[in-house]
Design a protein around this ligand. Structure first.
Ligand code: ZN
Ligand code: ZN
Length: 282
């Protein structure tokens, strides 16, 4: 299974000479399994670059699904800039968490994508966009198995585990670390246990977490602990803080790579434009 990172930044997009190597787009990752339609994790600003789409390229039709963790800006802002929405052949199925107050997903999106906040309404795009409200569910998309579970963050937030051809990829971009001793909810453990690739929130250093402990995120050390305690094979550090420079990420990634090797797994820092092939254990 191929996993491509189009946006790896948390909270807000950033663009400057200190962040351009790892990239400044917000959360968007795509999965391509053999003979299956693509599955996208989140619709951050990285979505605009998926499939090598750029300003010059003609809009290509897209048929596939999005597993949306939650509705925060950094996870949805790319949607109206996804050129494939201009094609009427496009069918995008968005699976997103049902809201505690029962508000309808399509109506919530129409409030975000429509005048006066956006020039045109989401309903004016030519594509067919279907919303599916989900919670703690197990379902299939084609022959790919999807496990969705609510995880601690700010507001209703899902994590996902996608399994195809005995290869599992877990996506937990926004995950509130407990204050005090490390622990993990049963639901998050279900998503992570023995996964081949764990894409996990690693926004803060321990010092940053001290003043932002209720902002819904994890430290790099907690991401490492989750990977180790759930026997994940490989950890992708993800949802980098917008203030984290490329040079700082280089140092972190090198330090943690050595630590992870001693703890029985691999780690790397996700970067915009990076594609990794995920293989199961043989
Ligand atoms: Zn986020
Ligand atoms: Zn969030």
């Amino acid at each position: 299974m191929s996993v491509s990172f189009h946006g790896v930044r948390g909270s807000t997009a950033c663009h400057d000479h200190q962040t351009h190597r790892y990239g400044g787009n917000t959360s968007c990752v795509s999965l391509q399994a053999k003979n299956q339609n693509p599955i996208i994790f989140d619709l951050g600003t990285g979505l605009r670059y998926m499939g090598g789409q750029n300003i010059e390229a003609e809009a290509k039709p897209f048929v596939g699904a999005c597993l949306l963790t939650h509705l925060h800006w950094d996870h949805v802002q790319g949607l109206p800039f996804f050129k494939s929405l201009l094609r009427e052949e496009t069918v995008l199925d968005i699976y997103a968490p049902k809201q505690e107050d029962g508000r309808n997903l399509r109506e919530l999106f129409l409030k975000k994508i429509g005048p006066p906040i956006f020039p045109i309404s989401l309903d004016e795009f030519h594509a067919q966009i279907n919303f599916h409200e989900i919670g703690d569910d197990d379902f299939m998309i084609g022959s790919t198995k999807i496990t969705s579970r609510f995880v601690p963050h700010v507001g209703p937030t899902l994590g996902f585990r996608v399994t195809s051809e005995n290869i599992a990829v877990t996506y937990l971009p926004d995950h509130q670390q407990p204050v005090g001793n490390f622990s993990i909810t049963g639901a998050a453990r279900q998503l992570c246990q023995g996964t081949d690739l764990l894409i996990h929130d690693s926004q803060y250093t321990p010092a940053e977490f001290e003043t932002k402990s209720d902002w819904g995120h994890s430290t790099l050390e907690y991401a490492m602990w989750v990977a180790e305690t759930t026997s994940a094979k490989k950890l992708a550090l993800f949802h980098h803080d917008p203030s984290r420079t490329d040079d700082a990420l280089d140092v972190i990634a090198q330090r943690l790579a050595v630590a992870a090797k001693n703890r029985g797994f691999e780690v790397f820092a996700a970067a915009d434009g990076l594609t990794v092939e995920v293989c199961g254990v043989v």
